[in-house]
Design a protein around this ligand. Structure first.
Ligand SMILES: [Zn+2]
Length: 317
C-alpha cells in the first residue's frame, strides 16, 4: 500500500498529525520536568506540580485543558505555567509541519510503511529536541540520553533521510570536532573558560549524524545567528542577560552541600563550568545555546530541502 492508495483526505491527515503532535508535546512536558530531577518519565502518571494530586484524564487534554481551566490546576487552583500549553502547541505544529514536508517531498508511490517510518523517526527526533531545548533553557543541561541517544539513532538510520552511512559518520565527526576543538578547547586556552559546553558539541554532533555535514553547519550558524538576535532583544528589553533561575538554585545547593563536607558536591563544583557565578559583561553572559541549536535543527528538518534549493545557485556560481 502506498501513500496515494491510502486515499485519506489530506485535511483528516493534517488534523490527526496536529493532535498526535500535541499529545506527544504533553509527554515532552513530563520529560522536561522529570529528566533533570532524575525521576522516571513513565511512573507515576501526571500529577499536579503544586500539590501532587493526580491529574484526571479529562483535565489532561493538550492545550484545551490549560485554556479551559485558564492556566490553573483544578485540584488546588495553583497557577500552571503557560509553558505546558506552549510545548503542546509546538508539538502539534511540528507534527503538522512534518506531515506537510512528507506530502510535498515524497512521491505518491512511496510505500506507506516507509512514509510512516520517515515521519516517526523525524518526529521522534523533533520531540527529543523540543525537550532538550526547554531543559537547557531552564537548567543549562543537555542530557546525554538525548544528544548521544539521538546521534546513535541518526547513525543507524541514514536511509530514511536519503543519506549513506559515510554521510552521517562524517557529519557526526565534523559536527563534534568543529565545535569541540575551537569553542571548547581553543576558547578555554585563550579565555580561561569554555565558550560552549560539551553538551553543545554533542548536540551539533547529533545534527551531523542526522543530516550529514550541511545540516551540522546550518545548525551551528543559524543557531548562533538566532541566539545573537535573541540576546540583543533581551538586552534591549531588560538591560542585562540573567542566568536561568534554576541554574543559580542548583549552584547554591551544591555550595551548601560542599560546605557541609560532601565530597561529591566538591568534585562537581570543580568540574562544572556553571559552578561560579557569571562574570559581568555581555561576553560572559550565560545564554543557553542548546535551544537555538535545537530550533535550527527543526528548521532544517522542515525547510532543509528548500534552503538547499535556494542556496544552490549561489553556491555553484
Ligand atoms: Zn494541585
Amino acid at each position: 500500500m502506498t501513500l496515494r492508495e491510502l486515499g485519506l483526505s489530506p485535511w483528516l491527515l493534517r488534523a490527526f498529525a496536529f493532535a498526535w503532535g500535541a499529545v506527544w508535546g504533553s509527554f515532552v512536558n513530563v520529560v522536561v520536568y522529570r529528566v533533570p530531577r532524575e525521576m522516571s518519565v513513565v511512573r507515576p502518571g501526571s500529577h499536579c506540580p503544586a500539590c501532587g494530586a493526580p491529574v484526571r484524564a479529562a483535565d489532561n487534554v493538550p492545550i484545551l485543558s490549560w485554556l479551559l481551566l485558564r492556566g490553573r490546576a483544578r485540584c488546588c487552583g495553583a497557577r500552571i505555567s503557560p509553558r505546558y500549553a506552549v510545548v503542546e502547541l509546538l508539538g502539534g505544529v511540528i507534527g503538522l509541519g512534518l506531515l506537510e514536508v512528507l506530502l510535498h517531498t515524497l512521491p505518491g508511490h512511496t510505500p506507506l510503511l516507509r512514509a510512516g517510518a520517515i515521519f516517526l523517526s523525524d518526529f521522534a527526533l523533533a520531540m527529543a529536541l523540543l525537550a532538550a531545548a526547554f531543559i537547557d533553557a531552564e537548567h543549562m543541561i543537555l542530557p546525554d540520553s538525548i544528544t548521544l541517544g539521538g546521534a546513535l539513532f541518526g547513525l543507524a538510520t541514514p536511509g530514511l533521510r536519503g543519506l549513506g552511512y559515510l554521510d552521517v559518520v562524517l557529519g557526526a565527526a565534523a559536527g563534534f570536532v568543529g565545535v569541540w576543538l575551537p569553542l571548547v578547547v581553543g576558547y578555554k586556552a585563550i579565555r580561561g573558560r569554555a565558550g560552549m559546553g560539551m553538551g553543545d558539541a554533542k548536540l551539533v554532533m547529533l545534527a551531523g549524524a542526522w543530516f550529514g555535514w550541511p545540516g551540522a553547519v546550518f545548525a551551528l550558524f543559524a543557531g548562533a545567528l538566532q541566539a545573537t538576535v535573541a540576546a540583543m532583544i533581551v538586552l534591549l528589553a531588560r538591560g542585562k542577560i540573567e542566568e536561568p533561575e534554576s541554574v543559580r538554585a542548583d549552584r547554591d545547593e551544591l555550595l551548601k552541600a560542599a560546605a557541609a563536607g560532601d565530597e561529591e558536591a566538591k568534585r562537581a563544583l570543580d568540574e562544572d563550568p556553571l559552578a561560579t557565578p557569571p562574570q559581568e559583561g555581555i561576553l560572559a553572559a550565560r545564554l543557553p545555546f542548546g535551544p537555538f541549536l535545537c530550533l535550527a535543527m527543526v528548521e532544517w528538518m522542515l525547510g532543509g530541502a528548500w534552503i538547499r534549493a535556494t542556496l544552490a545557485p549561489w553556491l555553484s556560481r
